[in-house]
Design a protein around this ligand. Structure first.
Ligand SMILES: [Zn+2]
Length: 60
């Protein structure tokens, strides 16, 4: 399997669903190695919990 982000062959990749708040036409599953997957998760959290039904107000 190949990572769609870093384009490297890896023994293990994870299927990542593009978040629903992205452009619909771009919505498609992609494959990420654990490293890129973790990076995406981090950037997702920074962008604001998109998977959460009830966003928590952040006091920071
Ligand atoms: Zn990767």
């Amino acid at each position: 399997m190949r990572c769609d982000t870093c384009k490297q062959e890896g023994p293990m990749v994870m299927r990542v669903m593009i978040a629903k708040d992205y452009n619909r036409s771009l919505a498609r599953p992609i494959f990420n190695c654990p490293e890129c997957f973790a990076q995406k998760e981090r950037s997702k959290q920074r962008a604001g919990a998109s998977g959460s039904e009830t966003p928590q107000p952040n006091a920071t």
